[in-house]
Design a protein around this ligand. Structure first.
Ligand SMILES: Nc1ncnc2c1ncn2[C@@H]1O[C@H](COP(=O)(O)OP(=O)(O)OP(=O)(O)O)[C@@H](O)[C@H]1O
Length: 267
């Protein structure tokens, strides 16, 4: 999917949160949004996930404007986008059923019913739960294929987040929207998720990710977008943005000496 925000703005009760954001994410591309706390990163990702409608400007998915479509067509487009938040919120069931859930909601009722009957029959024949290949494939990407039968409640926080990622990826979404997916994780789980993001990119998923971790942005991005006070002030390859930024505010943010006083940038 070619995803695009075109001069998209968003505000609440007349207060602007995002102003005229233009940003595209192509298939097989990782675009990372960085910026100080409160800059508007999560809001931007909510526009990309089609959770919110821009108050001005446009969102386009392969040239189509989702917000001009009837609701059902927009939901169909929405199903082509996978989302992972900072905190995993898994269902109280097995790891495999959690990952399946991501795929089930994308299927019509007739197919869900057929799947249910097939699972029941397989369980009757084998006497134990079974798992299908696509679920295992998604779990293998995050190194959890051997844990498919575990109760999700027994997972560590890092493992749970890896399952969330597998759940988002299993339906093979064309765009993955990841809001600080590793900010609560230790280095090992972070590395596993970063590798999985790289593999998703290699399989032509587009990825839009928000992070506070500039080293992460440097490691995994094809392009980095810098958001400040709701405005996209710079976008480019990580080498350029981090080593030779065009905007002085980016340089200060990257150096770590951006300060705010009553939400105003100190000169
Ligand atoms: N629904 C809302 N109503 C009012 N203000 C909001 C709403 N959503 C976000 N904001 C405000 O918009 C600004 C941007 O919020 P957002 O969560 O997008 O920032 P962020 O860059 O993701 O921050 P952080 O890095 O701390 O997660 C903040 O000042 C926030 O308080």
């Amino acid at each position: 999917m070619n995803f695009e925000l075109e001069r998209a703005s968003y505000g609440v009760d007349g207060t602007p949160i995002l102003t005229a954001i233009s940003l595209a994410v192509g298939a097989g591309e990782v675009v990372t949004v960085i910026g100080p706390s409160g800059a508007g990163k999560s809001t931007l990702l909510r526009l990309a996930a089609l959770f919110e409608r821009p108050t001005d400007g446009a969102v386009r998915c392969d040239g189509t404007e989702p917000w001009s479509l009837p609701r059902d067509d927009r939901l169909a487009l929405r199903r082509r986008i996978g989302v992972v938040f900072q905190q995993a919120s898994l269902f109280e069931t097995s790891v495999a059923r959690n990952v399946d859930a991501g795929r089930r909601i994308r299927r019509p009722w007739s197919s869900r019913l057929r799947g249910f009957v097939e699972r029941l029959a397989a369980r009757w024949i084998h006497g134990s739960p079974t798992v299908d290949d696509r679920t295992l494939e998604a779990l293998a990407l995050v190194g959890l294929e051997d844990e498919w039968d575990r109760d999700a409640a027994s997972l560590s926080g890092g493992e749970a987040q890896r399952v969330s990622f597998a759940r988002a990826l299993a339906p093979r979404p064309e765009l993955l929207v990841l809001d600080e997916p590793t900010s609560d994780l230790d280095p090992r789980n972070t590395a596993i998720l970063e590798r999985a993001i790289g593999r998703a990119r290699d399989r032509d998923h587009g990825v839009l990710l928000a992070t506070h971790d500039m080293h992460q942005a440097e490691r995994i991005s094809d392009r980095v977008a810098v958001l400040l006070d709701g405005e996209l002030i710079e976008i480019g390859p990580p080498e350029r943005v981090f080593e030779d930024p065009r905007d002085e505010r980016t340089a200060r943010f990257v150096r770590g000496d951006l300060l705010y006083d009553d939400n105003e940038l100190l000169a």
